[in-house]
Unconditional design. Structure first.
Ligand SMILES: CC(C)(COP(=O)(O)OP(=O)(O)OC[C@H]1O[C@@H](n2cnc3c(N)ncnc32)[C@H](O)[C@@H]1OP(=O)(O)O)[C@@H](O)C(=O)NCCC(=O)NCCS
Length: 368
C-alpha cells in the first residue's frame, strides 16, 4: 500500500502490472516472461530492474549479447536453464537454482538467455544498465537480424568491433575535429580571450586555469571519444582558424546526448553555430543512434535559444535551479529537445554533413 508520505522512488508490492514480453511483429507469436518494470516505476535512470515470472516451456528472450549494456539475473525461484555461447561458438547449458546469480558484462559478445523447462514456474530479478549507444546481436536468429538491419540499423551489432564514433566531420563552411594535444596552448589562449563573453552562460569560463589543465582536458576528450562516451570538437574554418567549440555530452539521461557550444565573439552572427549544431545532431542520431538530442540553456540566453528554434528543436521545460552558475549559485535551465523521428523534417537535416571514423573511412549517415 502506498502512503501519502512516501518519497517518489518507492514502488509498493503489487502496484506495477506485469506485462507479457513479446518481440515486435512479425516475431510476436511467442510469449516470453511476464515482467514488471520496477526500475522505471521507481524512477531508476541508469539501470533497469524487472521482476519476471517465467512459465514452464518459455524463455526470457532469444539468445542475444549487448555491446554496451551489462545485464545480471538473480534467480528468485528456480530452477532455470542458462543457455550461453561465446561469439561464434557453440551453445552450452547450465542449470541455475534458486539463489544463483549470473552477470553478463557488456561487449564480450557472449550470447545468453534463460529457459524454463518446467514443470514449475520460475521467478527472476533481471537487472541491466542503460546505455544510449547500445547495440545487440542475435546469433541464432538471422531473420530477426535482417529485420533489425532494415528497421533499427543503429542497434545492430553484427561484428566484433564496436561502431566507431566519428573522428571528424565537415559541413559546407566548417571543419569539426578534436583539438590536438599540441594545440592545448592555443585552446587555452582562445578560451581566455573569449572568457568574459562566455561567463554569463558557461560556468567554466569563470576559471580558465592553465595550459596544463587544457592539455588534460584535450586528453580527456580524446579518451571519452574513443570510449564512445562524449564527443567534443573544435569548430574550425577549412583553413584551420578556430571559431569555437561544440560537443555532445552524456548529461541528458538514457538514450540522449546534450549538445553544447560556444563561439569566439568575432565569429558570432554568421550562422556558424547553427551549422555546427546541425552536424552534431545528425551525428548523434544517425551515427551514434540516440533517440533524442537535448539543448540546455540559461532562460535569458536568447541567442542560444534561437539556435534551438532555428534547427527545429522543441521547447520542453524550464527546470528551476539545475545548473551551477560558476559563482556558488545555481540557475534555471531551459530544455529543448529534438527526437530522432523529427530529424528528417527538421531544418537540422538540411545541412550537408560528411563524417569520418578514426581510420579515415567515410561514415554513412543513415536515416534513423
Ligand atoms: C550562443 C552562441 C553560440 C550563438 O551564436 P550566434 O552567432 O548567435 O549563432 P549562429 O552562429 O548560429 O548565428 C546566427 C546569427 O547569424 C546570422 N547569420 C548570418 N549568416 C547566416 C547564415 N549563413 N546562416 C544562418 N545564420 C546566419 C543569423 O541571422 C543570426 O543572427 P541574428 O540572431 O542576429 O538573427 C553565441 O552567442 C555564444 O557563443 N554565446 C556565448 C556562449 C553560449 O551562450 N553558449 C551556449 C550555452 S547554452
Amino acid at each position: 500500500m502506498s502512503s501519502p508520505s512516501d518519497p517518489p522512488n518507492i514502488v509498493r508490492a503489487g502496484s506495477v502490472a506485469a506485462e507479457e514480453g513479446r518481440y515486435p511483429a512479425p516475431f510476436d507469436a511467442e510469449g516470453l516472461s511476464f515482467g514488471r518494470d520496477l526500475g522505471r516505476a521507481a524512477g531508476s535512470e541508469r539501470f533497469g530492474v524487472w521482476h519476471e515470472v517465467l512459465p514452464p516451456g518459455r524463455r526470457t528472450s532469444r539468445a542475444h549479447a549487448h555491446s554496451d549494456e551489462e545485464e545480471a539475473v538473480y534467480v528468485l525461484a528456480g530452477p532455470v536453464v542458462l543457455r550461453w555461447a561465446p561469439r561464434g561458438g557453440a551453445f552450452t547449458e547450465s542449470v541455475l537454482e534458486t539463489g544463483d546469480f549470473v552477470s553478463f558484462p557488456a561487449g564480450t559478445g557472449v550470447a545468453h538467455h534463460l529457459l524454463n523447462p518446467g514443470p514449475g514456474t520460475a521467478t527472476l530479478l533481471v537487472m541491466g544498465t542503460r546505455a544510449s549507444a547500445d547495440r545487440c546481436t542475435y546469433p541464432e536468429d538471422p531473420d530477426l537480424e535482417v529485420w533489425r538491419a532494415e528497421n533499427r540499423p543503429q542497434r545492430c551489432w553484427l561484428d566484433e568491433a564496436p561502431l566507431p564514433w566519428p573522428a571528424r566531420a565537415a559541413t559546407p563552411r566548417l571543419h569539426l575535429r578534436p583539438w590536438q594535444p599540441h594545440e592545448a596552448r592555443a585552446l587555452w589562449g582562445f578560451a581566455r580571450a573569449n572568457a568574459e563573453s562566455l561567463q554569463p552562460w558557461m560556468p567554466w569560463a569563470w576559471s580558465v586555469p592553465s595550459v596544463s589543465a587544457y592539455l588534460g582536458l584535450v586528453t580527456d576528450w580524446a579518451k571519452a571519444a574513443l570510449e564512445r562516451r562524449e564527443l567534443v570538437f573544435g569548430i574550425f574554418t577549412p583553413d584551420g582558424q578556430p571559431l569555437g567549440n561544440v560537443g555532445l555530452h552524456p548529461r541528458g539521461g538514457p538514450g540522449s546526448l546534450e549538445v553544447g557550444y560556444w563561439l569566439a565573439e568575432s565569429a558570432r552572427g554568421r550562422g556558424y553555430v547553427t551549422e555546427a549544431t546541425a552536424a552534431m545532431v545528425q551525428l548523434a542520431i544517425r551515427c551514434i543512434g540516440v533517440e533524442r538530442v537535448e539543448l540546455h540553456c540559461h532562460p535569458e540566453n536568447q541567442r542560444s535559444a534561437a539556435v534551438a528554434r532555428r534547427l527545429g528543436f522543441t521547447y520542453e521545460a524550464t527546470l528551476p535551479r539545475r545548473v551551477a552558475d560558476g559563482r556558488g549559485g545555481r540557475h534555471d535551465v531551459m530544455v529543448h529537445s529534438l527526437y530522432a523521428e523529427q530529424l528528417d523534417a527538421s531544418p537540422a537535416a538540411a545541412f550537408g554533413v560528411r563524417a569520418w571514423d578514426p581510420l579515415g573511412r567515410v561514415i554513412t549517415l543513415a536515416k534513423p
